[in-house]
Design a protein around this ligand. Structure first.
Ligand code: GLP
Length: 270
């Protein structure tokens, strides 16, 4: 796993990387680029930078297929905080993606288990995910896979933990009673099956999750640690997310920085 510390804007860095990966892949109608996508506050900048890249003609989404990580159960698609609305507002309404290539779990499906199975089949049918982008929850959750979820899990229905409900209340007028209590989410296995995974982590609220990721062996009590077993995973972090790392890891980062002071991005192989 690569632990990438940057002083650049995380979203800009990630968008530049996605553009490079899509263009390097040279997707066609018979060889589409399959992208896994997250929601959340951290990745808003990334979507803004992707929209700018598309506007400036640096990337096209015509041959890109997307699968979103998760969606609330029982929230109307048209609700501004549904992940359907979020994705259209931040990306899909501004780029040349073909709507039939966009996949978002339907949290209002009559048969929620059937919806999850169909989602897994659609991913398999697309040939698998080339690059899965993600964020992380304060408790280490990946997509909506809360602590305790098996690393082998596939797309499923989940009850959100109190900590996630509290963290997401900011999107619902800080009213806990307005936050949905359930969601559909890809599984940890669905994410780690992707050929490549890139997770964006910003700020001190995520520092404990980063400490566990780097300092402890992988455990299902902290879902993000599943990345340690992945052959091509990277975590892109800012200084705030590093604040709880052990003195030894901080020292390694400082060494890297002092060896390459002219850079603004440093990579630690874990
Ligand atoms: C939600 C999403 C997660 C995301 C997390 C982090 O819980 N389901 O996929 O990683 O938020 O959000 P933020 O970036 O707002 O901290």
């Amino acid at each position: 796993m690569r632990f990438i510390l940057t002083r650049q804007n995380l979203g800009q860095w990630a968008a530049d990387y996605i553009v490079k990966r899509i263009n390097g892949f040279s997707p066609t109608s018979t060889k589409k680029f399959v992208l896994g996508l997250p929601t959340g506050g951290t990745v808003v900048d990334m979507y803004a930078s992707l929209c700018a890249a598309s506007r400036e003609g640096r990337v096209s989404f015509k041959q890109v297929v997307t699968f979103n990580m998760d969606e609330y159960v029982g929230l109307a698609k048209t609700h501004p905080e549904s992940y359907y609305s979020y994705m259209h507002r931040h990306l899909f309404d501004h780029v040349d993606i073909d709507p039939k290539n966009v996949h978002i779990l339907n949290g209002n499906a009559a048969n929620l288990d059937g919806e999850c199975q169909a989602y897994e089949s659609a991913i398999a049918h697309s040939g698998g995910i080339e690059l899965f982008l993600g964020g992380v929850g304060r408790n280490g959750h990946l997509a909506f896979n809360e602590p305790g979820t098996p690393f082998t899990s596939r797309t499923h229905r989940v009850a959100l933990t109190q900590s996630t409900i509290e963290a997401n209340a900011r999107f619902f007028e800080n009213d806990l009673s307005k936050v949905p209590t359930e969601a559909l989410t890809v599984g940890i296995g669905t994410v780690t099956d992707a050929k490549e995974v890139l997770i964006l982590v910003k700020g001190e609220k995520k520092a404990q999750a980063m400490r566990r990721l780097l300092e402890e062996p992988p455990t299902q009590d902290c879902p993000i640690t599943a990345l340690r077993n992945h052959p091509n995973a990277a975590v892109l972090v800012d200084e705030g997310a590093c604040q709880d790392l052990s003195a030894a890891t901080k020292e390694k980062l400082r060494e890297l920085q002092s060896k390459n002071p002219q850079q603004d991005t440093w990579t630690l192989e874990i």
